[in-house]
Each structure stands twice: as C-alpha cells, then as structure tokens.
Ligand binder design. Structure first.
Ligand code: NDP
Length: 451
C-alpha cells in the first residue's frame, strides 16, 4: 500500500468534477468525490439544462404565432408554469440519477457532505479523513448579489426554475448571459419583462455589432431594455409587489426581481489558504497550465479558477487534467476559438474574435456581414431578421471570428468553430458549397461590408 486511500479526491460533483472522477477511474485510478448538494452541479440543476428546457418552452410561443401564416387556425394556447417547472424538475432528478450511476459504474466512491482540506493530502468529509495522492477542487461558483438596500428581495438563477408561479412583471438586473437569456424566456412565456443594465449596451465582451443587433431584435419582440441604468435599491410595497429604484430616481415596478450580476468562485471554508493554496483577488484558485495550484498535490478547474464559466470548458479541462495525472500525457486546454451561445431570443452564438478584439490584436481586418429576413419569416410574418458576420485577417485571409444572431445560431456556429479551429481562410469559406435553402448557407456567400 502507498499510504493513500485514493489516487484522486474530487471536491464538487459538477460538470468538471464528475468528468474528472469518471475518466480518472476509467484509467484505473482509485477515486472519491464529495458533494454537498445534488450531483451535476450548476449546469444540470440550476443552469444549462433547466434553462434550455425553458427556452424550448419559450420557442413554442413563437411556433404557435408563426403557424397562422402557414395556414393553421390560431391556436388557443395557454401556458401553465407549474406543468413546465415540474416536468423540468423530474428531468433533472433523472439526470442526477444518471450522473450517480455513471460514477458508481466506474467504482467512484461518492461521499455526501461538506469537504475540508486538512493538509495537502488530506480531505475531511463524511466523518472521516481521506488520504489522497491528488486532490481536485471543482466547487464551481455561486451567484453574486449586489450589495444594495433591499437585496433580500432579489432572486437569482438558483431560485428561478422553482418559482411557485410565473411572475406577471419581471425585472432582470445585469447585462450578461443569464439576464439576456431569462429575459427572452420570461417574455415569450407571457411576462412583462424589463432588463436593467448599468452600461450603454449589454454583453460587454461580445462583438459590438452582435450586441447592437440583438438589442434591436429583442426590442422588436417587445422586451424592454433599459441601458445606463444603475440600480440603487429594491423596495417592497404594501401589496407585496416590488419596485426597483435607480440612481437617477426612476422606479420600475415588478413582481420578481432577478439579479444576474455574475458569480463568485466557491473557495470559502475549504481550508485552501491554510494549506498554502493561493487565491486571486476575486477569490478564484490560481492554477498553472496544467490546473495545478500553488500546492503541487492540489488541482482546480472549472468555474472555481475564474475565466469563462462554461461547462464544455470545465469538462475539457477535466480530461486534460486526468491525462496529465494518470494518462502519461501533460495536456492543457486553449481558450482560442472558444465557441459560445447565448440562448436569448433570438439566439446568439459566436466563435473567435470580435471585430474590436481582432483589430486590437492583428491590426488590419476585413469584415463580411449580412442581415436578412429568413425564408420562414416571409410567410410567418415574424419580423425577426438574421445577422451574420465574419471577421477576417486582412493579411493572412484567416477567419478570426464568426458571429450570428438568429434561430439555431448555436447549432450553426458549432460547425464553424471546427473550421476556425482548423485555421480556415475566407477563401476556404468561399469555396464551400452552401446547403440551400438554409440560413447557414449565407456564411459561405458573404460580401464584404462597406465601412
Ligand atoms: P455575466 O458575467 O455574463 O454578466 C454579469 C453582468 O452583470 C454584466 O452585465 C455586468 O456588467 C453586470 N454586473 C456585475 N456586477 C454588477 C453590479 N454590482 N450591479 C449591476 N450589474 C452588475 O454573468 P451572469 O450572471 O449573466 O452569468 C454567469 C456566468 O454563467 C456567465 O458569465 C457565463 O459564463 C455562464 N453562463 C453561460 C451560459 C451559456 O453558455 N449560454 C448561460 C448562462 C450563464 P458589466 O458588463 O458592466 O461588468
């Protein structure tokens, strides 16, 4: 015996932790994983999965409306929040079970309880101390709620999917992924929806044209977007309704106010600092290229290390770490050409550099773009238009960024991400035959924007 109970002790059974545990065990490592809540972490329980299921429900509203243009009699559709909420909850319970059996099938010991590091090789949880050759901290992140008067009235995405009823009027604070996505869901399900963002235009890190077009399209659908709006406090009226008061004295009444103002890494009370693990200014665990913290036996990945908080990134990092520790090949995950979608209404997806970042990094760029009414909307009467944009290095002709606003943007950009990863040039895009009639074919026939 080597004096260790396990080769890998994972703290946190979310996307990154579960993937690391399973793949390490598949390579023959002895693995245990600790979790305080439900298996699957944010993504399965209060993130990607319930969100996408709610987005599908929201899509149905548009289908009912569009169907009339195709000869269907108007449907008398009525939406029931409790039916959707409970169906989603059942699906999540099913997924929790699948995650659990995937771990069990690999012989991973699942320990329920709050883990704490005692030293670089010892984790205390479930009434015992585990000696581990390697420890992985994959505890994720938690919604950050602004420190403003009345913050106790705010909900976050953690509570959204189990709300007792659909709010009649909802206010969303923030201009990131969650505020934009949930604004689209709520509006489509019949809620009067207002998004309040402190800056001049939401989605600050995305391509400027993408942000501008999305704002136009969301407003055209009837969502209210209030930019340059700084929330000062939340008040509760005698009738139980809420009011958001802004710094410039405006008041926004609502029945639910959701803060989607970013997340903080879950690094508190784990005993990390006492073991010598260094945290950055935001409380995230500092790691090297191979997800190793300042203590060689303690590793971290996913949301808890800061950086883009995206499930596929956490799972890729997990596989890289397992390869490094148990597979005999040191690997790392690059952030170049990281594709991402925002399941807003309409959907947004992007891969590579925004025009602004491309100009800052390579200098001369060529921009190709198109905005058009998709075929479907000619009959449906739906006013929505699709926007697509390619950012190309003027010197090498390499496509640096692809951006889209419109239905199925995520599905389309995922394919283009492969092309960008392979280093495709605009000439390669031009030599590609389109699939007709699709929206995606426009990506291979785009003309240069006149600026
Ligand atoms: P984001 O980081 O995307 O956005 C946070 C927003 O809140 C920004 O607009 C920010 O403004 C604003 N903000 C921050 N602090 C304050 C404050 N004190 N007062 C007012 N506004 C504030 O975070 P989200 O909470 O929307 O989502 C968390 C993360 O989860 C995302 O970053 C994303 O990585 C992940 N996610 C991914 C999804 C996907 O892949 N489709 C879906 C949902 C979440 P400013 O820009 O001015 O700083």
């Amino acid at each position: 015996m080597d004096g260790f109970d396990v080769d890998l002790f994972v703290i946190g059974a979310g996307s990154g932790g579960v993937r690391a545990a399973r793949t390490a065990a598949a390579l023959g490592a002895r693995v245990a994983i600790a979790e305080t809540g439900r298996i699957g972490g944010t993504c399965v329980n209060v993130g990607c999965i319930p969100k996408k299921l709610f987005v599908y429900a929201a899509d149905c509203a548009g289908e009912f409306r569009d169907a009339v243009g195709f000869g269907w009699q108007p449907a008398e559709a009525a939406f029931d929040w409790a039916t959707l909420r409970d169906a989603v909850a059942r699906e999540i319970t099913r997924l929790n079970g699948i995650y659990r059996s995937l771990l069990e099938a690999r012989g991973v010991a699942l320990v329920e309880g709050r883990a704490r590091l005692l030293d670089p090789h010892t984790v205390a949880v479930g009434g015992r101390n585990w000696r581990a050759r390697h420890i992985l901290v994959a505890t994720g992140a938690w919604p950050r709620v602004p420190e403003i008067p009345g913050r106790e009235h705010l909900i976050t995405s953690n509570e959204f999917f189990s709300l007792p009823a659909r709010p009649r009027r909802a206010l969303l604070i923030g201009g990131g992924y969650i505020a934009v996505e949930l604004a689209g869901v709520l509006h489509a399900l019949g809620t009067e929806t207002t998004l309040l963002y402190r800056g001049p235009l939401f989605l600050r890190h995305f391509d400027q044209d993408l942000r501008r077009v999305l704002a136009e399209e969301m407003r055209a659908l009837g969502m209210r977007l209030e930019f340059d709006t700084d929330v000062e406090r939340i008040e509760r009226a005698a009738d139980g309704s809420l009011e958001v008061v802004t710094h410039d004295g405006r008041r926004f009444p609502g029945d639910a106010v959701l803060a989607a103002t970013g997340r903080h890494p879950l690094t508190q009370d784990l005993g990390l600092e006492d073991c010598g693990v260094r945290l950055d200014a935001n409380g995230a665990i500092e790691v090297d290229h191979h997800y190793r913290s300042t203590v060689p036996s303690i590793h971290a990945l996913g949301d808890v290390i800061g950086g883009p908080e995206l499930t596929p990134l956490a799972t890729a990092q997990a596989m890289a770490l397992v390869s490094t520790l148990f597979g005999g090949e040191a690997r790392s995950v690059g952030l170049q050409n990281l594709p991402t979608a925002i399941f807003s209404r309409p959907e947004v997806a992007t891969v590579g550099l925004s025009e602004e970042r491309a100009r800052a990094s390579v200098g001369a760029v060529r921009v190709f773009e198109t905005r058009f009414r998709p075929l479907r909307n000619t009959l449906s009467g739906n006013p929505g238009r699709v926007y697509m944009k390619l950012v190309v290095d003027a010197e090498t002709d390499r496509v640096l960024g692809a951006h889209m606003v419109g239905p199925e943007a995520g599905e389309i950009i995922q394919g283009l991400a492969v092309a960008l990863q392979a280093g495709a040039t605009k000439r390669v895009f031009d030599a590609t035959i389109g699939i007709h009639p699709t929206a995606a074919e426009e990506f291979v026939t785009m003309r240069e924007a006149v600026r």
